[in-house]
Ligand binder design. Structure first.
Ligand code: NAD
Length: 476
């Protein structure tokens, strides 16, 4: 799908920035410890096994929770906010110092382009630690008290592994909690590199514990009686199961779940700018973004023109080696995720949508999916209702603002939306009517640690980031 006019020379980032071990243990009480079982983590762009990683069972989860409890009671809970802040600043600075290594490692383990890990994931992860370091000694001004909850069990997905870790760990530590974090089974490596950063920062042992493993390890953590709070980011289905497991236990719960964001383009929108925003909203991170703008709602009178420009722009995207600095679209994270995207896209065609992708040669090995646009999608189609979590845009049209609002809100989710129009008054009125945790206007996918993020309805509850995000880690 590369334009015929330009042939780019490959510009790969060097893998020598990272040293991947053959095997990794769990990080418990400041030490790497082995487990009875292991599982492989692979490079989704090549299917090469990168390392064997320990799978935490009941015994290891017990040890991790006990270490977190001891650290909470003896060291981290009693420590002043001012002292805690020093550690968080130190971690933030080490993330910056080691950002090249972490960016390469994330691209290799996740499949996302180095341009994104380098320019988005890493700066954002460091920013979350800096931001929360600033809060650690000022909690009384946030208005949620200064008492930590205790031990937080945190479970994160694979789409932004290090960044989701930062979203979870930074506020928990700033508020005086200790954590046991479980990264996703397909992307454990940056969490383990973070464990090394904790050692480098001389964080007291037990304050951060990393237990790698799959759903069973997650279940063990959720059900562990020594955990005071569960913070989960992942699919709505698993979120429901966790809510059922936690109810009646007295544990606090935060859920950041899926989405089916609508990007709404009015006929007075600057179309070229909107095209850039749409491309970013659905092809960024191969569309594996909870707040992706996976539904494009375009006003009928400009639909034809917008789609023509969108296809032209999409055809210039370069798909391939995630470590190449020219790459716009990397690999899908796993074979299972690729199968889900393929099945749901095929269902869209079967239900009557028209499927378009630019001409695009996919690499022979690895998991790849070409950027895809489905036109003629109806609200009843599965592709308009279910989260696709891939580079597939469903296009619907509308005639009036009221119809746009109705269609945008006609979803079980409520995480994000985009509004493209020249009129400020329309932006404000749309933002009030859209049932979405975040509404972007004439832009998309903008994040800042100071800005709370979270959803309505089946997108979950609780907020991460900002002053509001601190509430989740304070016992009032
Ligand atoms: P997933 O729900 O399958 O897995 C998420 C994590 O939960 C993984 O670490 C997994 O091992 C663990 N897990 C799986 N089953 C479990 C169980 N029964 N008990 C405890 N833990 C369990 O989701 P995924 O496929 O890894 O991630 C994609 C999903 O995450 C998408 O739906 C996406 O929208 C959502 N997501 C949401 C946000 C947000 O902030 N709202 C951010 C990123 C991703």
């Amino acid at each position: 799908m590369m334009s015929e006019m330009f042939e780019y020379a490959p510009a790969p980032e060097s893998r020598s920035a990272v040293r991947i071990e053959d095997s990794y243990g769990l990080f418990v009480d400041g030490e790497f410890v082995s487990a009875k079982r292991t599982f492989p983590t692979i490079d989704p762009a090549t299917e090469e096994v990168l390392a064997e990683v320990a799978e935490a069972g009941a015994e290891e989860v017990d040890l991790a929770v006990a270490a977190a409890r001891t650290a909470f009671e003896r060291v981290w809970g009693p420590m002043s906010g001012r002292e805690r802040a020093k550690y968080l600043y130190r971690i933030a600075r080490i993330i910056q110092e080691r950002s090249r290594e972490l960016a390469v490692l994330e691209s290799i383990d996740n499949g996302k382009p180095i341009r994104e890990t380098r320019d988005f994931d890493l700066p954002q992860a460091a920013a979350h630690f800096f931001y929360h370091a600033g809060w650690a000694d000022k909690l009384e001004y946030a208005g949620y008290g200064t008492t930590p909850i205790g031990v937080a069990g945190q479970i994160i997905p694979w789409n932004f592994p290090l960044l989701m870790l930062a979203w979870k760990i930074a506020p928990a530590l700033a508020c005086g909690n200790t954590v046991v974090l479980k990264p996703a089974e397909t992307t454990p490596l940056t969490a383990l590199a973070f464990a090394d950063i904790c050692r480098q920062a001389e964080l007291p042992p037990g304050v951060v514990n990393i237990v790698t493993g799959g759903p069973q390890t997650g279940r063990l953590l959720v059900e562990h009686p020594g955990v005071d709070k569960i913070a989960f980011t992942g699919s709505t289905e698993v979120g429901r199961a966790i809510a059922r497991a936690v109810v009646g236990t007295g544990k606090r719960l935060g859920l950041e779940l899926g989405g089916k964001g609508a990007n709404i383009v009015f006929d007075d929108a600057p179309l070229d700018q909107a095209v850039e925003g749409i491309v970013d909203s659905i092809f960024f991170n191969q569309g594996q973004v909870c707040c992706a703008g996976s539904r494009l709602l375009v006003q009928e009178s400009v639909a034809e023109e917008l789609l023509a420009r969108l296809k032209e722009r999409t055809a210039t995207l370069r798909l391939g080696d995630p470590l190449d600095k020219n790459t716009d679209v990397g690999a899908i994270n796993s074979a299972a995720q690729l199968a889900r995207i393929s099945e749901l896209t095929a269902s869209g065609e079967a239900e009557g949508a028209e499927r378009w992708s630019p001409e695009c040669a996919l690499p022979e090995r690895g998991f790849w999916f070409a950027p895809t646009i489905l036109t003629g999608v109806a609200l009843s189609h599965r592709v308009a209702r279910e989260e696709i979590f891939g580079p597939v845009l469903s296009v619907l049209t509308f005639r009036t603002p009221a119809e746009a609002v109705e269609k945008a809100n006609n979803t079980p989710y409520g995480l994000s939306a985009g509004v493209w129009t020249e009129k400020g008054s329309r932006i404000l009125s749309m933002a009030q009517k859209l049932r979405a945790g975040v509404v972007w206007a004439n832009t998309f996918n903008r994040f800042d640690p100071a800005s709370p993020f979270g959803g309505y309805k089946e997108s979950g509850f609780g907020r991460e980031g900002g002053r509001q995000g601190l509430e989740a880690y304070l016992a009032q």
